[in-house]
Design a protein around this ligand. Sequence first.
Ligand code: PLP
Length: 381
Amino acid sequence: MKEHGMNELPLMNENEGIVLFYPNIPPNAVDEVSKVLHSRWIGQGPKVAQFEKEFEEKFCVTNTALAVGSGTDGLHLGYILAGIEPGDEVIVPVFTCTATNIPLLYMGAKIVFADVDPETLNINVNHVRQLVNERTKAIVCVHYAGLPCDMDELMAIAREYNIPLIDDAAHALGATYKGQKIGEMTDFSMFSFQAIKHITTGDGGMLTIKNKDLVEKAKRIRWFGIDRSAKQMGHWENDIYEVGYKYQMNDISAALGIAALAEFDNTLKYRQLLFAEYTKQLAGIDGLHIIGTGVTDREHAAWLCTVIVENRTDFMRKLRDNKIESSQVHYRNDRYTVFGGRRSDLPNMDSVEEKYLVLPLHHKMTLQDVAYIGKVAKSGW
Ligand SMILES: *Cc1c(COP(=O)(O)O)cnc(C)c1O
């Protein structure tokens, strides 16, 4: 199937060249997981509690962190806690992982796609302003590539309409906005620990919750609707009052997460170093620039290095011929049949749709690899 906007080129062999992503497994992960496997708890137990506590201390002291089975689980849980009901309008980014918006389909919400900012590919706050109305029940944003959205403006709109702002921070672990941590700014933030994120637990996620009054409900909905601690203490009344899911994390995953947290500062620094090297190596090349580098009031978590490039297919071919993998990674969501299958009138998204491309960025790469990619790009395509 050849389709408008899709990657026309086959991916390269995983074992050769510079691949796009590589899972980040800390050296002590095997030992830590092994300890869990030899213990009495492998499901949700003490390791999950420890991971939540350490995550909170590092990323969101003002909020409560709840570990879940995936980022998608975390978003769905956040949307439920935000009170989104069938038919409610929710303004969402058109350009993101489908995981951002799929849970809204579970709930029968009415998805309203907002355009991108052409320089960051984050949600365009002017368009959000045009779309918001008294039927809007929530706003969702994603910090694309790791660069925080325009939070002051988004939070002002949410305040004005008295609706929650939920951020999909799957790309943005460790990012800050004007000195504030992503993870403690909004009502609900979601982080993902899927295979290729900054921290991986195989699959997993974290929802951070600002309103402490929602935490007990969140824990129940995470586990079938059952008050797990009451059950364990033996005073659970043996009834379920609300529909819950099976969205908890297990201790095997949490052990991976704890190991990765311990070295997160270095993980982030190294990714940022590679990103900075990209900005140096790709500077001044005609027909190509990295997005988001002009924004200096917020700290980039450097999950992706995305460029806007003319003649993208030719550029991808040139990279592939030089054993460098590249991909679009995410596609505008409105084109998917489940979301309506019709491109909305989004001029900025239209203008970049055929031009954006993600370059390799992961801990197995060296500065020399980035310099090599720069050299290949400089030689033209
Ligand atoms: C990875 C990711 C998610 C969550 O994915 P899971 O696989 O469910 O953890 C959500 N949104 C974005 C933008 C992502 O990149």
